[in-house]
Design a protein around this ligand. Structure first.
Ligand code: ES4
Ligand code: ZN
Length: 326
């Protein structure tokens, strides 16, 4: 079999994926129409053509604009169902998906609509396709820590259904240390934790994430490679990094896939996983991400299998669940 068929057939995880960033252009237009939300584009092709970014902020601007089409419980359900069905076809057996409530609650959308829609679709996808999933609640680092603490309060009724909390948004100028109290409180409540760090920001932000926030996983973490002492710590503590190669190319974190640090990270002994981030915006699901790396970085099939196993080990699901995947 060819590499693509083999990689698609591997039982994979997607541990770094934002539901708001999973809306395919066709669904975006359908939701806009259904909710009477005006969009600047009227065809899927026009929307796709707008997915041309020069950095994280240019992406975030479009991504937050796209969030406006999500209004009702049904919308959150539809987006989540569509992603999980697509991920299942891609060979993903377990997905841990982020949603950032602040984009919605700031417009007066009740958190209940979001939670019921997303969790309902997750339950349905498990019954329908067998795909398991876990929900991660993400806060925005370009907002205040007080606002992040309010999100923690809002999700308490669902604390048994939320596996962890994370943080994304504009990285440079918003170091992890600014949210030390928030992550401390989240851990205290029993949530697993992860944070976007070292995507556009420096290795020092990854260090803060590990040492001050004490997170269980780093999202991206590319910049770690600039600090060999940090790499040693990450290896020793076996802290997983959820790397998103196509995202890194499209947001110009790397100039092209051949320059991506994934292979060096693997060779350094880092616990790297490969994930999709925001699939339609960046041009691929997990299989396309793995295949792009396989092609550009001269990975072996054994390297790909190692990365896929790392994903299963790095998941936040229970040991019992994980053993059935390994
Ligand atoms: C992000 Cl808030 C958010 N959503 C999706 N992708 C991201 N990358 C960095 N922050
Ligand atoms: Zn992300």
């Amino acid at each position: 079999t060819d590499p693509e068929t083999f990689i698609r057939g591997l039982p994979k995880t997607d541990l770094h994926m934002h539901l708001e960033g999973s809306i395919e252009p066709e669904l975006m237009l359908e939701l806009a129409e259904r909710n009477g939300i005006p969009l600047r584009w009227d065809t899927a092709d026009a929307l796709r053509a707008a997915y041309d970014f020069h950095d994280l902020q240019s992406f975030l601007d479009l991504y937050f604009e796209g969030c406006k089409v999500l209004v009702t419980e049904r919308d959150f359900r539809d987006v989540t169902s569509a992603y999980l069905a697509r991920a299942h076809l891609d060979g993903v057996v377990h997905a841990e998906v982020f949603i950032g409530p602040q984009s919605f609650t700031e417009r007066g959308i009740p958190i209940e609509a979001l939670m019921r829609g997303v969790l309902g679709a997750m339950d349905e996808a498990r019954a329908q396709h067998g795909i398991t999933s876990a929900l991660l609640i993400s806060v925005h680092r370009h907002r205040t820590e007080a606002e992040a603490m309010a999100v923690l309060d809002q999700i308490l009724p669902w604390r048994d259904r939320v596996v962890g909390v994370g943080m994304g948004g504009a990285e440079v100028g918003n170091p992890p240390s600014r949210f030390a109290r928030f992550f401390g409180a989240a851990r205290e409540l029993g949530f697993r934790t992860c944070v976007h760090a070292g995507e556009e920001g420096p290795a020092a932000y990854v260090r803060e994430a590990v040492e001050i926030l004490q997170v269980d996983r780093i999202d991206h973490g590319n910049a770690s490679m600039a600090d060999s002492a940090l790499v040693r710590d990450l290896v020793e503590r076996r802290i997983p990094l959820t790397v998103c190669p196509l995202s890194n190319v499209r947001l110009r974190v790397v100039s092209n896939m051949a320059e991506h640090p994934l292979k060096s990270m693997l060779e350094a002994g880092l616990h790297v996983t490969v994930n999709s981030d925001d699939p339609p915006y960046f041009g691929g699901y997990v299989t396309e991400n793995l295949l792009a790396c396989y092609d550009a970085l001269d990975l072996s099939i054994a390297d790909v299998v190692r990365i896929v196993r790392n994903g299963i080990e790095a998941s936040f699901i229970t040991t019992e669940g994980r053993d059935s995947l390994l």
